[in-house]
Write a protein that binds this ligand. Structure first.
Ligand code: SAM
Length: 272
């Protein structure tokens, strides 16, 4: 049998379609989410309903965002789901989650077995809305989960780690092998829980500044920050901020990056 065909649907590579078929993994994800009636549950990429069906069984209603028109139409006709689902046939990258939370009158609980080709930009899109989000559960490439949870002094620690941990508490939940999907992806996967901080541990006055500094530092991760951030900070300024200029990007903690961002916001000339 052609393993790109699942339940009569030809899996589209461009939409990152790898359908979950492993009941143990499905049950584990649903228990990790622990959906309760009345909550504002949003699924990104419901596909053929592997997670939508068990989550939907516990809900009176839920919202799904599915880019593939055929799958959105299939879900709209699904016998047990059709009366419960609000379906957005659209790119999740273009969804205004603040508007959704406003309509729901409560913070959102977002989950999905994400299309791997857009998972990182999609998480950055969701980070904008963390004030409107209670929690997120995502299936991702294991390597991406490793980067999300990584702390300083490790190879996996990078801009994604800093930005994710700036916004959220990041908790790995489960590792998932390629054999749990049809078709099987080429890489290992993992489920992660992201819980936006209710009180920001390292608030910054301008998150764009944090984004800019981390991009610049990690784009030259082999260099010392005296060199990679040399056009933004003098070695004396770094020392005054308690940061050793001879360290590399991967040795600087989230709190220290936030300190650098705040210093720069306070001390750079206003934009014209
Ligand atoms: N949830 C299903 C499962 O676990 O079997 C399908 C997961 S599959 C990895 C990813 C799903 O996201 C597909 O249904 C795909 O069509 C959908 N998708 C891809 N790109 C998307 C986008 N930009 N916005 C919303 N959905 C998207």
């Amino acid at each position: 049998m052609n393993n790109r065909v699942h339940q009569g649907h030809f899996a589209r590579k461009r939409f990152g379609q790898n359908f979950l078929t492993d009941q143990f993994v499905i049950d584990s994800i649903v228990s990790a989410i622990h959906p309760q009636p009345g909550e504002a549950i949003i699924e990104i990429g419901p596909g053929l309903g592997a997670l939508t069906e068990p989550v939907g069984a516990r809900m009176d209603r839920m919202t799904v965002i599915e880019l593939d028109r055929d799958l959105a139409a299939w879900l709209a006709n699904h016998s047990s789901l059709k009366d419960k689902l609000t379906i957005y046939q659209q790119d999740a990258m273009t969804v205004n989650f603040a508007e959704m939370a406003k309509q729901a009158g409560q913070p959102l609980r977002v989950f999905g077995n994400l299309p791997y080709n857009i998972s990182t930009p999609l998480m950055f899109h969701l980070f904008i809305y963390t004030q409107e989000i209670r929690d997120m559960h995502f299936m991702l490439q294991k390597e991406v989960v490793n980067r999300l949870v990584a702390g300083p002094d490790s190879k996996a620690y990078g801009r994604l780690s800093v930005m994710a941990q700036y916004y959220c508490n990041v908790i790995p939940v489960l590792e998932v092998p390629p054999t749990s999907f049809t078709p099987a992806p080429k890489v290992d996967s993992a489920v992660v829980r992201l819980v936006p901080h209710s009180v920001m541990p390292n608030p910054v006055s301008d998150v764009h500044m944090l984004s800019r500094i981390t991009t610049q530092a990690f784009n030259q991760r082999r260099k010392t920050i005296r060199n990679s951030l040399g056009d933004l900070f003098t070695p004396v300024q770094l020392m005054e901020l308690g940061i050793n200029a001879s360290l590399r990007a991967e040795n600087i903690s989230v709190a220290q990056y936030c300190k650098l961002a705040n210093w720069l916001s306070d001390n750079s000339a206003p934009q014209q």
